[in-house]
Design a protein around this ligand. Structure first.
Ligand SMILES: *Cc1c(COP(=O)(O)O)cnc(C)c1O
Length: 457
């Protein structure tokens, strides 16, 4: 059977690695809504955006025309240090589950930052360097993005200022040290280094911080320091563009063996890994060439797609960023403190939000104890200790494979294994000690934040 020919790991040759990123917006008939200037309510111009972001990245952000954007050679060379990422056939998992389904995962954890985030970090650092900037500022939650960016900045000799959500800063001191090893400065957020940080501290003394708040601090620092710009690790179209390397490699690997997936699954925080993984497949779907079932998986404690509203909202707590139309829980929403599984952002990429709204993909939410059950099961069978974020996708991949066991269908399932979980052992510890709780916000709670959405459009 064809099965026997498929190796455990499908690797690509260097020459088969993508030379261009794929811009999904080019193939969308109805485009995602534009970013708006909160002061004027008008679409952000390139000029306005370039006060905050690097020029080339602004061009990529606004590009709705070009389906392919060449990956500069310097970035391709960096990619070669840790890519192509393997596409693994989960034979052991299939056997253990006793499922006729064929399961594949694209493993993005083979670099020091431990996640897919390096794919965009290196691109953003490259364009900052090319523009002659001194450095960049950013926020980090769990720490993977800050780590990836500090690696990328040290490679291009750029200064890197990271605002790290305070509770992570305190819970994950080793993450901080990895960033400092790569030369980044790391500040717990909210801090007294920015006006917006001081304001948030005054209004919410003792707050443990949030991504939205750290973003506001990083943006303020970028715009008030000469030679600095702000960079973001997810949500934006440019980040999805860079992450399309994940999907392009996956598609090339599958095509080599004539495999067509039935179901593609990815976890969704801000949407960058999922947007990247599905990019070329969604492209085929948009052009009417093929059909796939695509599933976004989010935490039940931060359910932006499944329980949010599709509306213009602020990307950050301090309301300094442009407004984005997206599925959102409201920019003040902060998931319950006992939520340990990552994917804590209140909104979702405008590209994925629009695709979801058009019915081109599905979304589901899972409880964190179910996620950690799947994580541990997977670690014991496939050997890799997965990041909690990635384990959302594992959970749903296992569930879909078990459905195939019931029906006898031999579906092909592909999921994104976005990273490793070595820095998440406090969360694993809670799970092992049986003290991890599931928290699902009530409709009344969600309504509080929904009411505060800006009234636009
Ligand atoms: C950041 C991160 C995610 C979620 O971010 P997206 O932008 O939604 O992809 C998922 N997995 C890992 C390991 C991460 O570090």
């Amino acid at each position: 059977m064809a099965n026997e020919k498929i190796p455990y790991k499908i690797y690509l040759e260097e020459s088969e690695m993508p030379k261009a990123w794929y811009n999904i917006k080019a193939d969308m008939k109805k485009k995602p809504a534009p970013l708006l200037n909160p002061a004027t309510g008008k679409p952000m111009t390139a000029e306005e955006l370039s006060a905050v972001f690097c020029d080339e990245l602004v061009a990529q952000e606004l590009d709705e025309e070009n389906a392919y954007i060449e990956i500069p050679e310097e970035i391709r060379d960096f990619y070669k240090m840790y890519r192509p990422a393997p596409l693994v056939r989960a034979y052991c998992l299939e056997k253990k589950l006793g499922t006729p389904a064929k399961i594949y995962y694209k493993f993005e954890g083979n670099n020091t930052s431990g996640s897919h985030k390096l794919n965009s970090a290196i691109a953003q650092a490259y364009y900052a360097k090319k523009q002659g900037l001194k450095g960049v500022t950013t926020e980090t939650g769990a720490g993977q993005w800050g780590t990836a960016l500090s690696m990328a900045c040290s490679y291009f000799d750029l200064d890197c200022k990271v605002f790290m959500v305070k509770c992570s800063y305190e819970q994950k001191p080793f993450r901080r040290e990895v960033m400092r090893t790569y030369g980044a400065s790391v500040t717990p957020s909210p801090s007294t280094e920015t006006e917006v940080g001081k304001k948030i501290l005054k209004e919410h003394p003792g707050t443990s911080g949030s991504l939205g708040c750290a973003i506001s601090e990083a943006v303020e620092t970028a715009v008030s320091n000469d030679g600095y710009r702000y960079v973001l690790g997810s949500v934006l179209s440019q980040v999805l563009l860079h992450q399309s390397v994940i999907g392009l490699e996956t598609k090339t690997a599958l095509d080599k063996y004539g495999i067509k997936p039935d179901i593609i699954i990815g976890c969704a925080g801000g949407g960058s890994n999922l947007g990247g993984l599905i990019a070329p497949f969604m492209g085929e779907k948009l052009r009417g060439e093929a059909d796939y079932r695509i599933i976004a998986v989010e935490p039940a404690s931060c359910p932006s797609l499944t329980r949010g509203v599709y509306a213009y909202d602020f990307c950050d707590t301090g309301m300094v960023c442009p407004l984005s139309k997206m599925y959102t829980l409201g920019s003040d929403f902060i998931p319950s403190a006992n939520h340990a599984g990552g994917l804590r952002y209140h909104g979702m990429s405008s590209v994925l939000s629009e695709l979801y709204d058009q019915g081109l993909m599905e979304a589901t939410s899972v409880k964190q104890t179910e996620v950690f059950e799947a994580a541990e099961y997977f670690a014991r069978i496939e050997g890799i200790l997965p990041a909690p974020e990635s384990s959302h996708a594992i959970r749903v991949a296992i569930d879909e494979a078990l459905k195939c066991k019931q029906t006898g269908e031999e579906k092909t399932i592909v999921f994104g294994l976005t990273g490793t979980g070595y820095f998440d052992m406090v969360a694993y510890e809670k799970f092992h000690d049986g003290i991890m709780e599931d928290y699902i916000p009530t409709d009344e709670e969600l309504e509080i934040y929904r009411k505060k959405l800006p009234k636009i459009g």
